[in-house]
Every structure is written in C-alpha cells, then in structure tokens.
Design a protein around this ligand. Sequence first.
Ligand SMILES: Cc1cc2nc3c(=O)[nH]c(=O)nc-3n(C[C@H](O)[C@H](O)[C@H](O)COP(=O)(O)O)c2cc1C
Length: 203
Amino acid sequence: MELRETLERRRMRRAFTPCEIDPDLVSGLFVESLRAPTAGNSRGISWVTLLGNHEVARYFEAATDEAWRQSSPRYEGLRHAGAIGICVANPETYRERYAEPDKARSGLGASIEAWPVPYWIGDAGAASLAALLLIEDAGLAACFLGAFRNDQALRAELDLRAHEVIYGAVLLGLPSDDDHRSASLTRPGPSRADRVRRIAPRG
Ligand SMILES: Cc1cc2nc3c(=O)[nH]c(=O)nc-3n(C[C@H](O)[C@H](O)[C@H](O)COP(=O)(O)O)c2cc1C
C-alpha cells in the first residue's frame, strides 16, 4: 500500500473481531515502528507487548475499573483486540544522551526540567503513529488509547523500569463492523488546510 493511501485510510477502530494474531507479526510491527526518529538518536522509546486474550484482559484489568468495563459501550469491541503495545518513554535516557560531549552545549543533560520541549513525548507520538500506519498497512485495525487512569496498577502489571513513563496503548486486531466512531469527529474546528499557515511578509 502506498504511504499516502495508508495515511488516508488510517483511523481509530475501537471494535475488534476475536482472533489470534501471530506473535511474530505483532512484534515485527512494533519493532519496525521504531524506525521513527528519536532526538539525538537517544532511542529512549520502547514497547511492552501484550499478546492474546489473556494478556489483553490483564491490560484492561489494570488500566480500567469494573465500573468502566460495565458501562463503556466500547469495551465489548475493544476487549477483542488480538494484541496491545504499550508505548513507553524514558526521559532519563534522553537526559543522559544530551549530557554526552556532542550535545552538552544544549544544557539539556543537566536535568529533565531543563528541557523546554520534552522530546520523548514527541518521539513516543512518532513511534505510535508509525505503529498505527504499519498496522493499517498490514490489513489490520488499530486504535490508540491514552493511559490516564490507574497509572500505578498498569506500571506494576507491565513491570516498568525506573523513570519509564507510559505514553499510551496501541491496540490491534481484526476489524469489526460494530465500530464506535469518536463523537469528537463531528466537532466543528479548523480544516487541515487552515492549520498550515505562512509567516507575514517582511516590510
Ligand atoms: C495522543 C492521542 C490520545 C488519544 N487518546 C484516545 C483515547 O484515550 N481514547 C480514544 O477512544 N481515542 C483516543 N485518541 C483517538 C482520537 O480521538 C482520534 O485520533 C481522533 O478523534 C481522530 O480520529 P481518527 O484517528 O479516527 O481519524 C487519541 C489520539 C491521540 C493522538
């Protein structure tokens, strides 16, 4: 599939049909997604993968609560994802990289607080988009879910290392016809073209 076509076709699909996905295919997709660039080639972005029914269930048990699972109209479709990749960033890897001689003048090796823009967040987004596009290209369905609940429980379940932060989750599987499109898609807002602007001419 051409890049442009994959980009156009990609959308968040929040309902999956139960199926098993070859674990090698899943890990291969997430490995390839890490062709996305990282600042200073820090390589402080990684994935923790959960494969198959049981591990996907472990994600939902840790990342959500019973009340959400009972009430969310999306849960039934989401829980049939064949696999999940949790995108993890390590800010300390970036700080250490920028303390190396060729980056030391940036001052960013001093502390995490010295960073005006946390590049690990941008890099995690780049890797996540690459994963979403690769999954689309493989003929599967995917969605990105934020991880803003139960951080401690999820960290424990994933056995995260010190300093690692969870950026979010990429779920993948076979698409289902019973998808729940985001209500936010009908929000009024600027077009894509409106969000590309030029600087004022000089003089
Ligand atoms: C950083 C990020 C976080 C998101 N978090 C969630 C989420 O927690 N739950 C969800 O259903 N969709 C989430 N989305 C999906 C957006 O709602 C979706 O991308 C947007 O509505 C546009 O739809 P499309 O991706 O299908 O074109 C997230 C997207 C991004 C980029």
